[in-house]
Write a protein that binds this ligand. Structure first.
Ligand code: HMG
Length: 423
């Protein structure tokens, strides 16, 4: 299906839905606008002490070309300019060949921390010589995942401080697998205590998901950095420098990665996944060398006259389980993406992170972040000042011309508009 995206940002939400009607059924479109996405009854089953539900904008960043396939990305975010930036980057990256991704592995890891052990070396030997039995015991604790083709895959141990730690890796198929892992690990505890003559402190999944790594790569032709060749080359060099800065300075790395998560969180939230787990996995991986670093890197390829970006990070994402089947709006997001598998979804999400990073860096090394971000933030300032939709339309060009684009100026402009009307 080929969609003409020209002027998409200027359309109304219902015009945008009409354009996407081949991808979203009528009932899914109605769900998005009806404000009845999550019934109070379902919400009350999902969390505790529920008072009501909470809404956020549900947007689409169109036309991501990933591994030769086109995706329109559902994004749930409250932050102005995130969706615009992702859309902008997707367009330039598509024209330069799109994203390619690699799924390195997709296993979840859990751990049992054992302590109070007289001889850790003997205990370790005892565990490793019973590996097959322990793996089969883990499978028996969760037989349904074995039927689906998944299950326990490996066991290893490490001595750390006072602890002997057992690690278990599990193929969780389409699920994120937190409950699955925790059930399996808890089932192993009595045998482990017996084998090691020690005690278990805890048995729990690890969010440091080093066995669920995904890489997304892309290239952007220099002509998209600037029409002026010399300026484009200078910007490409600055892009590489920006990447290096995030490798050597954790203050910059944190912000660099926050920019990546602007995109990642938005699609993770839209697809009903546990964004705390994804954030924990990403930030712990950023610190894997002992120094917190930027997750992505950019390189200026002089020969190809392109900048080349690469983002590798854990993406323990799910398409089944958790709140995915409970929140009906989440199904809209999966439909919009063409109901991908967990591996495909992981590739899409990491690509979105790289696109978001590209747009932020391009702005930072070019005009600066405020120009583009504040252009879109200005709408929020007017809404916060109490402007109606038609007042926002009338006041936006005026606010954008102001030197100090802040809440106070927005309020002054609104007062002036209303006073003029009353005169
Ligand atoms: P621009 O060049 O001024 O935009 O960039 P434009 O008006 O020329 O439009 C270019 C394209 O951008 C459009 O193409 C759209 O694809 C998109 P068109 O549709 O016109 O053919 N676009 C929009 N899409 C939807 N709604 C809109 C809209 N406007 C443009 N209203 C842009 C403007 C915002 C894209 C650019 O300045 C940008 O990418 N800025 C970065 C913004 C950003 O990263 N925001 C996140 C918040 S800041 C942050 O938290 C992260 C950070 O700290 C991370 C870090 O430090 O690394 C920055």
């Amino acid at each position: 299906m080929t969609i003409n995206w020209t002027g998409f940002s200027k359309k109304t939400p219902s015009e945008r839905q009409t354009l996407l009607s081949e991808l979203l059924s009528d009932d899914k479109q109605e769900l998005l606008t009806s404000n009845q996405q999550l019934s109070i009854e379902t919400a009350n089953q999902m969390a505790e002490h529920v008072l009501g539900t909470f809404s956020l904008p549900f947007s689409v960043a169109p036309d991501f070309l990933i591994d030769g396939k086109t995706y329109h990305i559902p994004m749930v975010t409250e932050e102005p300019s995130v969706v615009a930036a992702a859309s902008f980057a997707a367009k330039l990256i598509k024209r330069s060949g799109g994203f390619t991704t690699t799924i390195h592995n997709r296993l979840m890891i859990g751990q049992v921390a054992l302590y109070d052990i007289k001889d850790k070396k003997i205990a370790e030997q005892a565990i490793l010589s019973h590996k097959a039995q322990l793996l089969s015991q883990a499978d028996q604790a969760h037989p349904s995942i074995v039927k689906r083709g998944g299950g326990a895959r490996d066991i290893w141990t490490e001595e750390k401080g006072d602890f002997l730690i057992l690690y278990l890796s599990v193929d969780t198929q389409e699920a994120m697998g937190a409950n699955m892992l925790n059930t399996m690990l808890e089932a192993l505890v009595p045998t482990l205590e017996e084998l090691t003559d020690g005690q278990s402190l805890m048995a729990i999944l690890s969010n440091y998901a080093t066995e669920s790594l995904v890489t997304a790569e892309c290239r952007v032709d220099l002509r998209f950095l600037s029409r002026d060749k010399a300026e484009a080359q200078q910007l490409a060099q600055k892009m590489e420098l920006a990447s290096q800065l995030a490798q050597v300075d954790p203050y910059r790395a944190a912000t660099h990665n926050k920019g990546i998560f602007n995109g990642i969180d938005a699609i993770v939230l839209a697809t009903g996944n546990d964004w705390r787990a994804i954030e924990a996995a990403g930030h712990s991986f950023a610190n894997q060398s002992g120094n917190y670093r930027g997750l992505s890197t950019w390189h200026y390829d002089k020969e190809a006259q392109q900048v080349a970006g690469k983002l590798t990070m854990p993406m323990p994402i799910a398409t089944k389980g958790g709140s995915i089947g409970l929140n009906p709006t989440v199904q809209v997001a999966h439909d919009l993406l063409g109901n991908p598998t967990a591996k495909e979804l992981a590739s899409i999400i990491v690509s979105v992170g790289l696109a978001q990073n590209f747009a932020a860096l391009k702005a930072l090394i070019g005009t600066g972040i405020q120009a583009g971000h504040m252009k879109l933030q200005a709408k929020s300032l007017l809404l916060l000042a109490g402007a109606t939709e038609s007042e926002v339309t009338a006041l936006l060009p005026k606010l954008l011309q102001e030197k100090h684009r802040n809440q106070e100026t927005a309020q002054e402009l609104l007062m002036a508009l209303r006073n003029n009307k009353n005169e």
